[in-house]
Design a protein around this ligand. Structure first.
Ligand code: FES
Length: 103
């Protein structure tokens, strides 16, 4: 089980407890504002864009090649950007904090 904190685009904290799935499914299952998951998790919509808290960047790991392609031209992308559907939830991510970029 991992406890994940999402900061919504409005600045609200949403804490959810998740087992399995991805950051995107964790957010959509719990109706976290600003994460739509429109493509169903196949890395082709970027409606699951988050900025990973600086303290967690290393544990979460870098963008994969598909994400790099999606985020390359996104002006809101930062070095800590990830697409939520590409981040698998593991027990190691317990405590993770991410900021939802939103639509
Ligand atoms: S859900 Fe579409 S890119 Fe992540």
């Amino acid at each position: 089980l991992a406890r994940i904190t999402f900061i919504t685009p409005a600045g609200q904290e949403r804490v959810v407890n998740v087992e399995g799935g991805t950051l995107m499914t964790a957010a959509t299952k719990n109706q976290v504002d600003g994460i739509e998951g429109a493509c169903g998790g196949v890395c082709s919509c970027a409606t699951c864009h988050v900025h990973v808290d600086a303290a967690w960047v290393e544990k979460v790991g870098p963008q994969n090649v598909a994400e790099q392609g999606m985020l390359e031209f996104d002006e809101r992308a930062t070095p800590t950007s990830r697409l939520g559907c590409q981040v698998k939830i593991t027990p190691e991510l317990d405590g993770l904090k991410v900021k939802v970029v939103g639509p």
